[in-house]
Design a protein around this ligand. Structure first.
Ligand SMILES: Cc1cc2nc3c(=O)[nH]c(=O)nc-3n(C[C@H](O)[C@H](O)[C@H](O)COP(=O)(O)OP(=O)(O)OC[C@H]3O[C@@H](n4cnc5c(N)ncnc54)[C@H](O)[C@@H]3O)c2cc1C
Length: 489
């Protein structure tokens, strides 16, 4: 008899797992509280300007392609990636700037203009971050973790040690670069995992490999096309979707889940359940505490969330002098990270990131630029309410850099950490689940299978291998493989 799988959440992790499970013989049903697939990655339209909410920087395109390839599909029939060689311009208050490029000689020239010594060290840096990536790829990224036993294997222990778990990302970058502007630009990679470079381990220097050796990509028509493409493939293969319904509990009998219950009192039975919604907020909510002694409420609330974000999507009637990705740095990035992670406050001089995909594809916003503006925000506090933040802070900062948006914005939409929490059930508004500020969180994210239940699995940003669009997609693939191993063979 066909086995059934119920996936809670149609984020990239849920879609990726659903496609694989359906392909391998399960009948899959996805239950999604919102009306769209893709979770945090989705399309926003303001007049004629189209925006990608969520992932604007896309790396590791092969991960998305492989989800389709393994089912015999041609990825190019679903989405198409465009490389962006000179992808991110880093701008500083002293008027200087340099552009990250995946072309080695170009990158060396960019660095040389700011600091010749940094340019000389670039080759060594590239090799080192590639090494870090290969280690992670071999030992962590393609694996699932179910228990402590999985961690104690010798090859993994060796891999852990050689990936410099005790050195911080900041000190790793200082081994190669001396110029503070260059260090700030590289240190920003810590925010891709929602963390601070002063706490997160050097291992995450591997992000430099992804961006600078492998390259940054844009998806033709908008990054949300990745989610649309995966949804299309899932539907074609027979995955059933229930939109606009929220799972409010999972019924457990003798350590096995029998059904998901929605807010419309619908019950969806299944042999296997996969939680793609945020594990930290949803596992304690959906499963009564007596059925999860290994994951107590206390453990859930003690989790250290990743960074959140204040987002302003602004449609402009002008074309501005911006790169596809552009970062306007804080005068004091160290203080900014302290404000966010130690004090739990917005910085008074925040680093402002702007994605303007209309630079690459003007048709995304035919009447002017589509400015997706993001400021790192502290995760929501457990005690106080949401922190206030005003878009005036952004506008004032950008004016100092010669970018006056005040007269050109025709329409805009703000998204605060509280909205992110509510819309996606994201634990304290976190973008990437847990932070990697504590060394143990890097390697010991919550496991991919519930240890107290026979048939509950996890995929997505709050579980292994971590947040970010390629990682969660990989997590869906890894978990599907584990479920097949446990329940089909
Ligand atoms: C502003 C922002 C910027 C980002 N920038 C980047 C970037 O540049 N590059 C990058 O790679 N990544 C980026 N990310 C991170 C990336 O979006 C996420 O890591 C990834 O999309 C998360 O996918 P996921 O599968 O974990 O789940 P999610 O996208 O969180 O999806 C989970 C789904 O589960 C649903 N759900 C939750 N609980 C329930 C329930 N009880 N019942 C039914 N449905 C439920 C939610 O509605 C949601 O749709 C960004 C994120 C944000 C918010």
């Amino acid at each position: 008899m066909t086995k059934t799988a119920v996936v809670i959440g149609a984020g990239l992790g849920g879609l990726s797992a659903a496609i694989s499970l359906q392909h391998r013989g399960f009948q899959v049903t996805i239950i999604e509280k919102n009306s769209h697939s893709g979770g945090k990655l989705h399309d926003v339209q303001l007049g004629s300007a189209g925006f990608d909410f969520g992932p604007n920087t896309i790396t590791m395109p092969h991960v998305f392609n492989n989800v389709l390839k393994q089912t015999g599909r041609k990825p190019e029939d679903y989405f198409e990636f465009v490389p962006l060689p000179r992808h991110t311009t880093n701008s500083f208050e002293d008027g200087s700037s340099f552009t990250f490029s995946s072309v080695k000689e170009d990158m060396k020239e960019e660095l040389h203009a700011l600091d010749p010594a940094s340019a000389d060290k670039y080759e060594a840096y590239r090799k080192e971050v590639e090494k870090l990536f290969r280690l992670a790829d071999r030992h962590f990224l393609k694996r699932t973790f179910r228990s402590w036993k999985d961690f104690i294997s010798l090859p993994l222990a060796k891999g852990l040690l050689s990936s410099r778990p005790l050195e911080t990302m900041d000190s790793f970058h200082r081994r190669f670069f001396k110029d503070e502007r260059i260090i700030s630009a590289f240190n920003r990679y810590a925010t891709y995992i929602g963390s601070s470079p002063f706490n997160s381990p050097a291992t995450f220097g591997l992000i430099g490999h992804l961006e600078l050796n492998d390259g940054v990509y844009y998806t033709k028509g908008g990054n949300y096309r990745i989610a649309e493409g995966l949804k299309k493939a899932a539907e074609e293969s027979g995955v059933k979707f229930i939109y606009g319904e929220e799972v409010v509990s999972l019924t457990v009998q003798n350590g096995t889940i029998s059904e998901a219950v929605t807010n419309r009192e619908k019950t969806v039975p299944g042999d296997v359940f996969l939680l793609n919604g945020d594990l930290l907020s949803q596992y304690p909510r959906l499963v009564a505490s007596e059925h999860r002694p290994s994951f107590t409420d206390k453990k859930a609330v003690s989790a250290d969330p990743s960074v959140s974000a204040y987002v302003l999507m602004a449609a402009s009637n002008k074309r501005h002098a911006l790169n596809h990705h552009q970062v306007f740095f804080s005068r004091d990035p160290k203080k900014e990270f302290e404000d966010i992670f130690n004090k739990g406050e917005y910085s008074s001089d925040p680093t402002v990131y702007i994605c303007t995909s209309s630079k690459t594809e003007p048709s995304r916003s035919p009447d002017g630029d589509n400015l997706f503006i993001l400021v790192n925000a502290p995760p929501l506090s457990t005690e106080a309410g949401a922190h206030p933040f005003s878009k005036e802070t952004v506008f004032e900062k950008l004016r100092r850099f010669g970018l006056d948006l005040s007269t050109s914005i025709t329409d805009s939409m703000e998204v605060s950490p509280a909205v992110i929490e509510k819309r996606f059930n994201a634990y304290r508004g976190a973008l990437y689940g847990l932070s990697s500020n504590k060394k143990k969180n890097t390697f010991l994210r919550p496991f991919n299978k519930a240890s107290d239940l026979n048939n509950l699995y996890f995929a997505g940003g709050s579980t292994h291998p971590g947040g970010g669009s390629p990682m969660v997609t990989l997590s869906g693939q890894n978990v599907a493989e584990l479920i097949v191993k446990h329940h089909l063979n």
